[in-house]
Design a protein around this ligand. Structure first.
Ligand code: NDP
Length: 319
């Protein structure tokens, strides 16, 4: 089996590549520019020489068509695009282009080439906006509250439209937050872990954060990529919410991180209004009941184990 992972250099791209290689797939991965891309995540997993890397810009239709034609992939996973909610407020056009255009050009490429490739789109729980009691489920209305979430909502409907209109095997995993040591440093969770670890080694700095009251549904990235593969193995394509079903506050995340390095967070943390977002959703939590029932998948890790694994990896990396 041949797989194409668009956005292989990212957190999920690297873990998915590792999973598919272990399953015996030939894996091709794309970066916008292979010559300048960071292969740090692939190198960290020890698989950089086991995948074929190609340059592709997902919002450039010719580039996409060319790669689809050459790779003849059986499964195509789109994990590429501007992936930060915070940055989407500063770069809304790039966010919309990369997410909506990226998915559109891949779907259109699959349709034009006419090969029976299966397509996975990395969607986002941000699309739902504020969570209802019980968490957001498939079919709940979208109320996106950032340019990122607007783009993910549009991409979700594009995938559904190509599935219904052209009969493509295409689906969206509606992913809630998932973390790992491969999370880029610009994301708040990795920033918390890295800063707490540096402080524990005597850096003397403060951890400066925005709204610590927000609640998110945090899972473990390596087990979330399992659902991407699982979803493409089904007889018929369907969209699923991928979440733990529990939420914790950012303050809980901070307190766990400092406790893991034997410190009390209170003496080491400050909040700054400048880090608050133009719109901040109080709680984003998913209801993973459908995937548990249909595919037998359930998150095995919770906030405590995710933080513990991230702290352990960060401290090892600092040696
Ligand atoms: P990353 O940011 O780690 O990786 C995304 C990859 O996309 C990057 O490695 C980069 O590859 C490429 N990319 C970045 N910016 C752009 C851009 N402007 N245009 C085109 N390509 C770009 O994301 P994750 O691995 O964490 O997430 C994978 C997917 O899952 C993303 O679509 C994300 O939005 C989605 N998702 C992730 C969640 C999470 O908690 N991690 C939650 C919900 C959804 P290169 O620089 O090599 O081109």
């Amino acid at each position: 089996m041949r797989a194409l992972i668009c956005g292989i250099s990212g957190q999920d791209g690297a873990y998915l590549a590792d999973l598919l290689l272990k399953k015996g797939y030939a894996v091709t991965g794309t970066s916008r520019n292979v010559a300048t891309a960071s292969n740090g995540n692939l190198a960290r997993l020890g698989i950089v020489n086991q995948v074929q890397l190609v340059s592709m810009t997902t919002h450039e239709p010719d580039s996409v068509l060319d790669v689809l034609r050459k790779t003849e992939a059986d499964e195509i996973y789109n994990l590429a695009g501007q992936s930060s909610v915070g940055i989407s407020f500063e770069q809304p056009a790039e966010t919309l282009d990369s997410i909506i255009g990226g998915n559109l050009h891949i779907l259109e490429g699959i349709r034009r080439l006419g090969r029976p490739a299966r397509f996975y789109n990395a969607g986002s729980g941000e699309c739902f906006g504020e969570s209802q009691p019980g968490g957001a489920s498939e079919g709940d209305p979208f109320r996106p509250q950032s340019p990122y979430a607007v783009a993910k909502a549009a991409a979700y409907w594009l995938v559904a439209n190509y599935r219904e209109a052209y009969g493509l095997y295409a689906c969206t995993g509606i992913l809630f937050n998932h973390e790992s040591p491969l999370r880029p440093a610009r994301f708040v969770t990795r920033k918390i872990i890295a800063t707490a670890c540096r402080i524990s080694r005597g850096s003397g700095e403060k951890l400066v954060l925005g709204n610590m009251a927000i609640r998110r549904d945090w899972g473990w990235a390596p087990e979330y990529v399992e659902t991407m593969w699982l979803m493409l193995q089904q007889a018929t394509p369907a969209d699923f919410v991928i979440a733990t079903g529990s939420s914790n506050s950012l303050g809980d995340f901070v307190s766990e991180a400092f406790a893991a390095v034997d410190l009390d967070w209170r003496g080491h943390t400050e909040t700054s209004r400048s880090l608050f977002r133009p719109t901040d959703i109080a709680e984003i939590r998913g209801n993973p009941a459908r995937i548990a029932e249909a595919l037998g998948w359930k998150a095995r890790h919770n906030l405590q184990s995710v933080v513990a694994m991230m702290v352990k990896a960060e401290l090892e990396n600092m040696l």
